[in-house]
Design a protein around this ligand. Sequence first.
Ligand code: R5P
Length: 314
Amino acid sequence: MKLIAGNSNRPLSEEIGKRLATALSAADIRTFKDSEVFVEIRENVRGEDVFVIQSTSTPANDNLMELLIIMDALTRASASRITAVIPYFGYARQDRKAGPRTPISAKLVANLITTAGADRVLTVDLHAGQIQGFFDIPTDNLYAVKVFERRIREIHGGELDDVTIISPDVGGVVRARSLAKRLDDRPLAIVDKRREQAGVSEVMNIIGDVKGRHCLLFDDIVDSGGTLVNAAEALMGKGAKSVSAFVTHGVLSGNAVERIAKADALARLVISDSIKAREEVAACAKIEIVTIADLLAEAIRRIANEESVSSLFD
Ligand code: R5P
């Protein structure tokens, strides 16, 4: 087995390598002055089972291009099987025609990945499970919920009686319910976001009882932070005891970190390391990062050994 890391998330790739007792393969992956990506794999990969680890996080297009060009280099170097390990699959939110004359970019990106030479894909918490169907190659979508369950139990020290799991929107209910079930069947509440008139700010209705409860928001992506901060304010407004958030992919673009840091209603944000934390993310006292290296390393090990990965979905 060979592990090759793109430049998007070296720390996570190195952690995965440590867990598999496999050093990252030598590769020269750089950008020419005109911004074109150049890749040279600096060791023999002929006949090898190769795992390319790259999140298509910001700069999304550069990181995507790196992933594609690494796989092209591996195909031309006669690797026997290439697995694209994409801890954060960017473009996933463009998974349907959102309006007339708009693209389905997630499908296009899936086509590009396949055309570049991927034989299979391994990813984590796809924005919508159906995106697996955009690939005509085996695609394993792992869930980081176990990692968050462990952290929540540590934080609450087993005292879960006054905990309620919150889905920040109607679309996230299945995800939130899976966490609620794992946490000894905690109750679930849903934030129902509505813009009742164009240009008028959103109305947040809370479906479920949150008064006097520690509310744990569970989501796949935090981008601008608007969803979480608005939900936290609405929950506190309904008498919640505290609000924390647990989110797999910390996209955190624009002034999201500042917004989260300033939001009194939100006590804590826990994200995974699917995306490399920028300095300001790592420095923010309110944001904590948990690793998904064990989950990905175990999945890679099983794929390489042709073992079942299904128990990782339990
Ligand atoms: C939406 O469907 C996603 O699950 C997230 O809730 C959304 O992407 C978060 O975005 P933001 O942080 O910009 O509100």
